[in-house]
Design a protein around this ligand. Structure first.
Ligand code: UD1
Length: 426
């Protein structure tokens, strides 16, 4: 298994480009199931989760045609998805187990083919993450749902019908599944307490290009007038705000100044506000945002919450940053109950962190020291890499297959900005 070896202490200088958002690309790819025409997606990210979703879609009968350089981080990396016929309506356990987002085929398959059989995802490192809200939403659209032998069996033999969905908690992929299904349901659907994440907005905008009628895009109340069919479209995937936020915070960790191309301030406002309060400086550039950090940061508190508030997907990275800050930071994780797996590993590097319930108290220390550490999930892995950039001596991060699920050539991008980091194949 590959590892990353990092020798800390080098400040970052240069430019890093972020590609399309994985969390936007995944639902957008499944939207191809809604039409027999071609959906062309540009700015496709080149990460393991996308390859896994492509494998699943292929199994369901989607024809994929790739053009350009995978991972070019621009509009030259284009993939055509054509679901002329649905060859299968089953998403098998082996694929869903590896990637929870496979549940995103449920709504589109049900809407287009009138049935879907999708394995229940099971547990994952950051918590139980059930899919009950997805199922309740689809029931509101007339689906009959049973659980059999670990699979969700969803049927709508006469087609879905519009309904009123009220999510009791904000769910990103739940909103996306309901939204996609509603586009082909008969009549009007409302989705209240909908997720407003930029990835949901990106999906909605693409669905409109495909002929869907959606009002309220970008708000927590979506109104969808179902259509009998959708057509093909071309869409460029929104840049990855979590990758952008990670690289901005890496500057806070290692010091220096970098331009992050593709960073969109409105998508990162909550994080930028906190980082500014900590002492980082930001300056908009033509293509993104420049982050600069000189000197030690001040501690600040963070509470994770749905967009537009501070994202849970940047919580681990922010915690890494706070390990070296001046003062004490309280970080509350309000989305996932078990998303502090990085804490023990950061402590191995010398961090002073105590967890009580869903809050971590991080007392800033003057220095971290390199050590072997182990990645446990996607965002935890990158927080360890960030800590390694600042730690004295050598840090090795193992199990980086987690990292490869969501970051494209992270080590190359950081090394080009002066970090001493390399992938050790194994
Ligand atoms: C998405 C993102 C993930 C991010 C998360 C929160 C993708 C592919 N993944 O995950 O990176 O960390 O949003 O921003 O976009 N819940 C239920 N029942 C459900 C669904 C969710 O109880 O049926 C709970 C979850 O356990 C969690 C909360 O709702 O506590 C929010 O989860 P949700 O927004 O659904 O996360 P995902 O869409 O899986």
């Amino acid at each position: 298994m590959d590892k990353l070896r990092i020798v800390g202490g080098a400040p970052l200088r240069g430019t890093i480009a972020v590609g399309g958002a994985k969390n936007a690309a995944l639902p957008l790819m499944t939207a191809a199931l809604l039409t027999d025409e071609t959906l062309t997606l540009a700015n496709m990210p080149d990460v393991a989760d996308i390859t896994a979703m492509a494998g699943l879609l292929h199994l369901l009968g989607v024809h994929l045609n790739l053009q350009g350089d995978a991972g070019a981080n621009d509009d030259t990396h284009v993939v055509d998805f054509t679901a002329k016929n649905i060859a299968s309506t089953t998403a098998p356990y082996d694929l869903v187990r590896k990637m929870r987002a496979s549940i995103l085929v449920l709504g589109p398959l049900l809407a287009r083919a009138g049935e879907a059989r999708v394995s229940l995802p099971g547990g994952c490192a950051i918590g139980t993450r059930p899919v009950d809200l997805h199922l309740e939403a689809l029931k509101k659209l007339g689906a009959e749902i049973d659980i059999e032998s670990g699979y969700v069996l969803a049927r709508a033999p006469k087609g879905l019908v519009g309904g009123d969905i009220v999510f009791p908690v904000v769910t990103v992929t739940g909103t996306e599944n309901a939204l996609m299904a509603a586009c082909l349901a008969k009549g009007r659907t409302t989705i209240a307490n909908a997720a407003r994440e930029p990835e949901v907005t990106d999906l909605a905008q693409c669905l409109v290009k495909m002929g869907a009628d959606i009002q309220g895009i970008g708000t927590d109340k979506l109104l969808i007038q179902g259509k009998p069919r959708l057509h093909g479209a071309k869409h460029s995937i929104v840049p990855d705000r979590i990758q952008a936020g990670t690289y901005l915070m890496a500057v806070g960790m290692a010091g220096g100044s970098i331009e992050v191309k593709g960073a969109k301030p409105p998508h990162l406002q909550a994080a930028l506000d906190v980082l500014q309060a900590c002492g980082m400086q930001f300056e908009p550039t033509i293509e993104g945002l420049r982050a600069t950090c000189t000197g030690r940061l001040k501690a600040a508190d963070v509470d994770t919450a749905p967009f537009p508030l501070f994202p849970t997907d940047l919580q681990a990275q922010f915690m890494a940053l706070m390990t070296l800050a001046d003062g004490t930071s309280h970080i509350a994780e309000n989305i996932f109950e078990n998303r502090f797996m990085h804490v023990q590993e950061l402590i191995r590097l010398g961090a002073d962190i105590a967890v009580k319930g869903h809050t971590a108290r991080v007392c800033g220390v003057p220095k971290l020291t390199g050590a072997p550490v182990m990645a446990t999930d996607l965002r935890a892995s990158v927080s360890l890499v960030m800590a390694g950039l600042a730690a004295q001596g050598e840090t090795t991060v193992s199990r980086i297959y987690h990292l490869d699920r969501g970051y494209e050539r992270l080590e190359e991008k950081l090394a080009r900005c002066g970090a001493h980091i390399e992938r050790v194949r194994g």
